[in-house]
Design a protein around this ligand. Structure first.
Ligand SMILES: CSC[C@H]1O[C@@H](n2cnc3c(O)ncnc32)[C@H](O)[C@@H]1O
Ligand SMILES: [Zn+2]
Length: 428
């Protein structure tokens, strides 16, 4: 399929050039033609008053947790997990996760997210829902080595890899998802590392999210969570570490040396009262840091525009430095750095030959005036509801704010049905 996006503001390298054209062919950005011949294209998209940005990359989430949105708020991480979320997750099934994931994809695509990186259960259902929605995703089976299902989780992760890695015209990659050091003892991490090596899978793990996690780890193993994972050889695999809120200078050195990427989740870290990750310090040390929402129970949105804005704001205040994270850096983190976290070297920028994940943002709203700087406006004034059109892997999945791949009426009915099924346990 050949698509021409014409007369648009084009965001590249932190700058916007007006009145440009973008030619998409199959799943790639072909060129930026000065004088395109319209008759050569299957579809023409008029870009007047719009801004073309790379699709946003959500580097850490649990998509089906949409169904736990507003179920357990104003709690700290371990209380929230142990007393509300984990007991409720015992009632999940394939059907529930499929529709919870579909709800997430509707929200994400509507808000300009074109890629997500997930760790959860019933991941085949998540993958099927993502395939139907047309979104790009990295999928990991969340693994816990405590309890009876450690090996079952690993087997399911391998099955997920065999069924989905490279599927969906290359939109899916499968990672291994050891949940965290406090749920995965050293022997289990070693096992995960060996299986990941056998199948050449990268790792997605929660690390150093709270002070308590680091203190307990130091008490038990005399090492920080990051030093512990390094000592177990986990970082010999490409690793994406979610949170990294409480990291030492030595942790940062290890992460840089072992090419560990970090997924920064500002809203979730604020809401669960975990803290503020030292993102400017990690970036200065040369660590690739992407942005994530975490699940919709700890956020409570899957809105990457909101996360970009928070990222640019909170680090200024935390460091008394207006340059701590600039608007351009927030966009880079949410696009090209996020793409690197997901293992891509041809995604996250509007460049010839790159994968065509493109969002068109409507700049007609009052909050886009005056228009001194569209990068600044996108981060500080824009919002997810400004997104007009979304193209993923060269295929339009939303046009003029209408979702093309998800039947939202059916989704609403199914979400209502599975929500009642999921919460039946609360009535017993
Ligand atoms: C075993 S699948 C993933 C597992 O992670 C839980 N989870 C969701 N948000 C967080 C977070 O911020 N830190 C740690 N664990 C989290 C989710 O509920 C699943 O049980
Ligand atoms: Zn998480």
């Amino acid at each position: 399929m050949k698509i021409l996006i014409k007369n648009i503001g084009l965001m590249q390298d932190g700058k916007v050039t007006e009145h440009k054209n973008i030619a998409v062919e199959d799943k790639y950005i072909k060129e930026f033609p000065e004088n395109p011949k319209e008759e050569e294209y299957d579809e023409i998209i008029e870009g007047h008053d719009m801004l073309a940005m790379p699709g946003l990359v959500n580097t850490h989430t649990h998509v089906a947790m949409t169904l736990f949105r507003s179920y357990a708020d104003d709690m700290a991480l371990m209380d929230w997990l142990q007393n509300k979320i984990w007991p409720a997750e015992d009632h999940l099934d394939d059907d529930i996760v499929y529709w919870g994931s579909t709800l997430a994809f509707a929200e994400m695509i509507r808000g300009g997210t074109t890629s997500f990186c997930d760790m959860y259960m019933f991941m085949d259902a998540c993958a099927r829902a993502a395939d139907k929605a047309g979104i790009r995703g990295n999928l990991a089976r969340g693994l816990a080595g405590i309890g009876p299902n450690g090996q079952k989780g690993i087997d399911e992760n391998v099955e997920l890899y065999k069924n989905w890695n490279g599927a969906g015209d290359g939109r899916f990659k499968v990672m291994m998802g050891p949940h965290a050091p406090y749920t995965c003892p050293p022997d289990y991490i070693r096992k995960v590392r060996d299986v990941a090596e056998k199948y050449d899978m990268p790792i997605h793990i929660h690390l150093s999210e709270t002070k308590g996690e680091v203190e307990n780890c130091e008490k038990e193993y005399h090492m920080t969570p990051i030093a512990l994972m390094d000592s177990l050889g986990l970082f010999e695999r490409p690793t994406l570490a979610a949170h990294c809120v409480h990291v030492t200078d030595d942790d940062i050195r290890i992460m840089k040396e072992k090419h560990v990427c970090a997924a920064h989740n500002p809203a979730s870290n604020l809401k669960l009262a975990s803290g503020i990750a030292p993102v400017p310090k990690m970036r200065k040390a040369g660590i690739t840091v992407g942005i994530g929402t975490d699940g919709a129970s700890s956020n409570n949105k899957l809105d990457m525009f909101a996360e970009m804005r928070l990222t640019a704001l909170i680090h200024k205040a935390a460091n008394y430095d207006p340059f701590a994270i600039t608007a351009k850096e927030a966009v880079d983190m949410a696009t090209k750095d996020g793409a690197k976290c997901l293992g891509y070297d041809n995604l996250g920028e509007l460049k010839e030959g790159f994968l065509a994940d493109i969002i068109l943002v409507d700049r007609t709203g009052f909050h886009w005036k005056p228009r001194f700087d569209s990068v600044s406006l996108a981060v500080y004034a824009g919002n997810s509801m400004d997104v007009d059109t979304v193209i993923i892997n060269g295929r339009p999945v939303m046009e003029h704010k209408e979702l093309l791949t998800i039947d939202t009426e059916k989704m609403d009915a199914e979400v209502k049905r599975v929500t009642e099924k999921l919460y039946a346990f609360t009535k017993k």
